[in-house]
Design a protein around this ligand. Structure first.
Ligand SMILES: O=C(O)CCC(=O)C(=O)O
Ligand SMILES: [Mn+2]
Length: 209
């Protein structure tokens, strides 16, 4: 069932919250993440300013999101191995397409997924997803493992973000006028989850190329 976050206002259209949408696929999704990580290890990238990000990342699909001294970008090859990123698991693509359709973006097919791994204390500061070629495509974001608080701002960094608690199996879809809204993840609290242990995993599906 889809649920509009702020049904009484037009202030934040474009974000669809699908609580528990991926619950039936949780175990298979986590297994697929481990498969991807066999081919392209999780690593903590550096911002262009030289700061190590707190979330560890890897990618699958036609390109991977990377960050280093040269900036943020999509790369067809994994800079760690020099090889293409692992293929996107079929279960990833199927879930992303179903969720996008449920969020009003029927026909969306991701060409990559960025996978974030948050250990306790790790988070993601407010940012926009703006390195992709095609902003008509939405972002589909899947949460697995430890809970987190999603921060949902606006078009300007100054806007105070709303706080949306996310649990394992929850999916968010945002696009259209909200495609470039600032968002982030508050530092993840320590805990244990039967499938992911001490971590939260996030799959972010995009049309990057
Ligand atoms: O972990 C999340 O839920 C959000 C991740 C995110 O915004 C990103 O990878 O760009
Ligand atoms: Mn993002």
């Amino acid at each position: 069932m889809s649920q509009d976050l702020f049904p009484d206002t037009l202030a934040l259209p474009g974000l669809t919250y699908l609580p528990g949408f991926a619950l039936g696929d949780e175990a298979d999704l986590v297994r697929a993440v481990l498969d991807v990580a066999q081919g392209a290890a999780f690593r903590r990238m550096k911002t262009p300013g030289g700061r190590e990000m707190s979330a560890a990342m890897t990618n699958c699909g036609a390109a991977g999101w990377v960050s280093d001294a040269k900036g943020y970008r999509y790369a067809r090859l994994d800079p760690l191995s020099g090889a293409p990123w692992p293929e996107m698991p079929a279960i990833f693509r199927a879930l992303a397409e179903r969720a996008a359709a449920a969020g009003g973006f029927a026909g969306f097919t991701p060409d990559m997924a960025l996978i974030n791994r948050y250990e306790p204390g790790a988070g993601m500061s407010l940012h926009q997803d703006i390195d992709e070629q095609d902003f008509s495509a939405p972002i589909v974001s899947v949460s697995l493992g430890l809970p987190a608080v999603f921060l949902w701002g606006g078009l300007s960094r100054a806007e105070k973000p709303a706080r949306l608690p996310l649990n394992s199996g929850d999916v968010l879809v945002w696009g259209g006028v909200a495609r470039k809204f600032f968002h982030g993840i508050a530092p993840v609290k320590a805990g244990a989850h039967s499938l992911t242990g001490t971590a939260r995993l996030n799959l972010t599906f995009r049309r990057a190329l």
